[in-house]
Design a protein around this ligand. Structure first.
Ligand SMILES: Cc1cc2nc3c(=O)[nH]c(=O)nc-3n(C[C@H](O)[C@H](O)[C@H](O)COP(=O)(O)OP(=O)(O)OC[C@H]3O[C@@H](n4cnc5c(N)ncnc54)[C@H](O)[C@@H]3O)c2cc1C
Length: 560
């Protein structure tokens, strides 16, 4: 290894949202931070695809010359205050960086029997619409009760999980002594003997509504039939705090964090792979890196490390000690990867008026679908399709009269026999056959002519997710939240292997999804600050925005 290129206070491995959030928090307290990512963009899974199109628009006689732009990863943003608070702690205003729009209805849900259910944010509006649509079942009251229960679980999570470095029930009790009687009542209401689905079904009996509420668990890539009841909190998080879209695309979240980091002096090394975390006894001393092609090996020395790389890949791939291997084995024995996914990015030269910004085309049976994905470990024979249609809110995402249609199908994490791609990277047998399943389903849901309007087609598979983002099993959402007790917990943000190594991202506490991984990044940063004697709550330097001296606008590379 050649001599050090530089020395920093903190190296952050990975420029996913958790890594970017950590970097902002640490730099705002005056630490010198370097973020290293193997990809050429910042934002990790919050990636972007932009494809030019010059050609006709169906049915209008017009031609266009523009671009289809797709957010390749996250499209639904919940708990916007997590981002707002990071921005505020850096001494800035959200409005100066990002234009967040609340979407209501939040989802349109379509069923094979022809039923269509819109998820309205207002609980009274939703309950009234449900009673009108299902007059014999009158599910409105049960829906209200379900939301009320999920609010208790959110309130509990805010007290015992959020922004706390916990990895087990014992950590939780230690971090939050149960002195408050209301909190104790909420803990007892967690129904640790039960599952999310069984708990939801206590309140919600109407089958269409059951499928809708069960689907909140897809935000963490887990089966509602295997996950604990506390995860009903996801419903309250969206119902009470909204379902948001940043104008210009969800990628604006990554750009915002990257831009603020740059203003605070964070340096970004893209197309740079961390090969190894160096250690001296129980302390990390830095990282060995190479360029993406494996050349130009060098060392960055650092006082502390935050790894935003998948927890198992960090422990098994970047650390060489027996302690790291043992910890990796423990994580692997306690958890399985969360679900993976297949995405089709379709540029269409027409629009479909029956679609909202977010649509679910549900499977016939959630039980069979989740059994395929999470128990059998295979793509679902009859999957649910999630569609993102951003032009409903933001016309700039597709040429006039056209649609950047994003179709995500959750599937099992990657198994060796899943031939999504051929060795040369072209679509493999499984991708080809599953594309037919997906397109046939679109045809059944009011898009019978879709095939003839596809003018651009790209795809993402579990193999890409594994390789591009270094995600174990090609998991979209880190580790599955399965197990009635364990399912509520993820590995801690302190590594438990090296004293100055911290973990952030979807595979560690508090879990996956845009707001949670940002929270994870903040929690890892807070643990680090705490360990070096800085009180994160008091010590913010609140530095004011400054232009970067390079003038090269490094944040412009975020997800672009
Ligand atoms: C298709 C898809 C749809 C999704 N939809 C939603 C949604 O609608 N809403 C939502 O909230 N969430 C959604 N998610 C999940 C969400 O994107 C993730 O939970 C979140 O973005 C993960 O962030 P992260 O910080 O854990 O890191 P990641 O985004 O996984 O980034 C980790 C980074 O580390 C880098 N890295 C790894 N190893 C190394 C190494 N050795 N050296 C250098 N760099 C390394 C990788 O290149 C990567 O950039 C979706 C994800 C996908 C893929």
């Amino acid at each position: 290894m050649s001599s050090s290129t530089h020395t920093v206070d903190v190296v952050v491995i990975g420029a996913g949202l958790a890594g970017l959030a950590s970097a902002v928090e640490l730099a705002a307290r005056g630490l010198k931070v370097c973020v290293v990512d193997k990809n050429d963009h910042l934002g990790g899974k919050m990636n972007v695809l932009s494809v030019p199109y010059a050609g006709p628009v169906a049915g209008s006689g017009a031609t266009v010359d523009g671009r289809f732009t797709f957010d390749m990863g996250p499209t639904i943003i919940t708990l916007p205050n997590v981002l707002r608070e990071i921005i505020a702690r850096s001494g800035r205003s959200t409005e100066d960086y990002i234009d967040l729009v609340n979407l209501d209805p939040q989802w349109r849900c379509m069923y094979e029997d022809g039923a269509v259910l819109d998820l309205h944010q207002n609980v009274d509006t939703m309950a009234a619409a449900l009673d009108k649509q299902f007059p014999s079942a009158l599910p409105g009251r049960g829906y209200r009760e379900f939301v009320e229960y999920s609010r208790r679980m959110l309130r509990l999570s805010e007290k015992v999980f959020f922004y706390k470095d916990v990895g087990s029930p014992i950590d939780m009790m230690r971090a939050s002594p149960m002195g408050d009687p209301r909190m104790l009542a909420d803990v007892l209401a967690m129904r640790m003997h039960s599952t999310m689905a069984a708990t939801a079904h206590k309140y919600v009996r109407e089958p269409h509504l059951q499928q809708l509420v069960e689907h909140f668990l897809q935000y963490v890539g887990s089966s509602p039939f295997l996950a604990p009841a506390i995860l009903t909190l996801i419903a309250a998080a969206q119902v009470d705090q909204g379902c948001w879209y940043p104008m210009g695309g969800t990628r604006q979240v990554a750009r915002t964090l990257a831009r603020i980091g740059a203003e605070l002096g964070v340096t970004y090394l893209t197309s740079t792979t961390v090969k190894r975390i160096n250690a001296d006894g129980l302390r990390a001393t830095g990282v060995d890196v190479t360029d993406a092609d494996g050349g130009s090996a060098r060392t960055i020395t650092a006082r502390h490390i935050v790894s935003n790389c998948d927890v198992q890949r960090t422990l098994a791939g970047l650390l060489a000690s027996p302690a790291a291997s043992a910890r990796r084995d423990k994580v692997a024995s306690q958890y399985t990867p969360a679900c993976s996914g297949v995405v089709l990015y379709l540029g269409l030269n027409r629009q479909y008026d029956h679609l909202l910004h977010h649509d679910f085309l549900f499977s016939r049976s959630a039980k069979a679908e989740f059994n395929d994905i999470y128990t059998r470990g295979e793509p679902a024979a009859d999957p649910t399709l999630y569609l993102a249609v951003p032009s409903r809110t933001d016309a700039a995402q597709a040429p006039d009269g056209c649609e950047s249609l994003y179709i995500l199908v959750h599937t099992a994490y990657r198994r060796p026999h899943h031939d999504w791609l051929n060795a040369d990277g072209s679509p493999g047998p499984l991708l080809k056959s599953y594309r037919d399943v997906i397109v046939n389903k679109l045809r059944r849901f009011g898009m019978d002519d879709v095939e003839q309007h596809i003018v651009v087609e790209r795809y993402l598979t579990p193999t890409h997710i594994d390789q591009w983002y270094n995600a174990e099993g090609g998991a979209i959402y880190g580790l599955a939240s399965h197990g009635r007790l364990q399912g509520g917990f993820k590995p801690r943000n302190r590594s438990l292997v090296l004293d100055n190594l911290y973990l952030a991202g979807g595979s560690v506490n508090p879990g996956p999804g845009v707001p949670m991984v940002m929270m994870s990044g903040v929690t890892a940063a807070n643990a680090l600050l705490h360990d070096i004697g800085i009180d994160p709550a008091k010590a913010s330097s609140l530095s004011s925005p400054t232009a970067t001296s390079t003038g090269s606008r490094p944040w412009a590379a975020a997800a672009s």
